[in-house]
Design a binder for this molecule. Structure first.
Ligand code: ADP
Length: 368
């Protein structure tokens, strides 16, 4: 083995290995590694290359029992997520915060291993109105950090295996630790870990919650394990103190203002055929209260109008000189104005909920 190759293998393995690849001596004296370690590294490297081609097969091999197997379909390797930070409009401050809190510690763990001040953060909460890009951010974060992504909701742990929720929760954490670096995304974290609940489900739910907290605490005490619990919620005020404490960084993902709507619209319309002089700024100004998701729905509705028009013309017997796709007229501002009547801002998020969110942000959150 040449020095260069050894360096490459070790560097690669450190960045990418699953925790099954517990390379014995890959720590300090990288170049004086015993030969066996490097051989293991190379073997694992090959394994990993295979893994990246056949992730499902690999995950099957990693799962210890049927409880762990239950999460196989929830795992997405970083190369398959398909969303990057650049695909998300606006939210620059949130992206910067996530870079510092999650991407760096995952990509450069060696910079966070000394002293007590810079400990990798094990719990981050994204909160804000629905459709503002929280799920999108979580996925992009996994891509950017080169981490596996597991998405769970309350029903992942409770519905199918009701009664076994506790074991399933334990299995989630043990499986996740084999996938490190990994981001465990808990969507609607309030429904999984919130203080609500009751009725006959109460006891099982309570035990599952306790197990979740215990496993999470176990993980917080191990700095080397690159596992991040990333929660998202529209209802942070339903979380109790025990959960809030475990999510020390709470980032507000707010509705976009006009400038930010402009940035989001630019992403959605980048590939579209828009009429010359199309005033995208006017559109951004006219969509007060729209979330990123609402804007997307508005753009879809608007983009449908030229298609509808062409279909109507065909019905009347009009023949095209070109292919139908080329005959579609460009989108204009009026398409959006007309579509606004159908696709308004989400009514689910009224002023009262927004107020509650802002208040919670002032008390517990950062940014926004
Ligand atoms: P949340 O998890 O906050 O409810 P999502 O991340 O699921 O919202 O967003 C729903 C959809 O809205 C996304 O799939 C995306 O198409 C669009 N979207 C929302 N916010 C943005 C944004 N800032 N940039 C680009 N697309 C966005």
């Amino acid at each position: 083995l040449t020095t260069k190759k050894a360096e490459n293998v070790v560097g690669w393995a450190k960045n990418h290995y699953l925790s099954t690849c517990d390379l014995p001596s890959v720590k300090s004296d990288r170049l004086n590694l015993p030969r066996e370690s490097l051989e293991i590294a190379i073997m694992r490297l090959t394994e990993q290359e295979l893994i990246s081609k056949k992730p499902a097969q690999n995950l099957k091999n990693l799962a210890k029992d049927e409880y762990e197997s239950n999460f196989i379909s929830a795992v997405v390797p970083p190369g398959e997520i398909g969303i990057k930070f650049d695909d998300i409009g606006a939210l620059e401050d949130v992206k910067t915060a996530l870079h510092e809190l999650a991407i760096l510690p995952m990509k450069r763990p060696e910079l966070f291993s000394r002293g007590n001040l810079l400990r990798p953060c094990k719990g981050i909460l994204l909160f804000g109105p629905p459709g503002t890009g929280k799920t999108l951010l979580a996925k992009a974060l996994a891509t950017e950090a080169g981490a596996n992504f597991i998405s769970i909701t309350g029903s992942t742990l409770t519905s199918k295996w009701f009664g076994d929720a506790e074991k399933l929760t334990k299995a989630l954490f043990s499986f996740a630790s084999k996938l490190a670096p990994v981001i465990v995304f808990v969507d609607e974290v309030d429904s999984l870990l919130g203080a609500r609940g009751g009725g006959f489900e109460h006891e099982a739910t309570r035990r599952m919650r306790n197990e979740f907290m215990a496993a999470w605490d176990g993980l917080r005490s191990k700095d080397s394990q690159r596992i991040l619990i990333l929660g998202a919620t529209n209802r942070p005020f339903d979380l109790d103190d025990a959960v809030i404490r475990r999510l020390p960084r709470r980032i507000y993902v707010d509705l976009p203002d006009a400038d930010n709507r402009l940035k989001i619209l630019k992403i959605f319309l980048a590939q579209e055929n828009v009429a010359p002089g199309f005033d995208i700024r006017a559109l951004a100004n006219a969509t007060e209260g729209y979330s990123g998701s609402d804007l997307k729905n508005l753009c879809i509705a608007a983009a449908y109008r030229p298609v509808q028009q062409l279909l109507d013309e065909e019905k009347k017997g009009k023949k095209h000189d070109t292919t139908p796709a080329a005959a579609l007229r460009a989108l204009n501002l009026d398409d959006f104005i007309q579509s606004k009547a159908k696709v308004g801002p989400s009514v689910a998020y009224d002023a009262t909920s927004m107020n509650e969110l802002r208040k919670w942000n002032e008390q517990y959150g950062e940014g926004g």
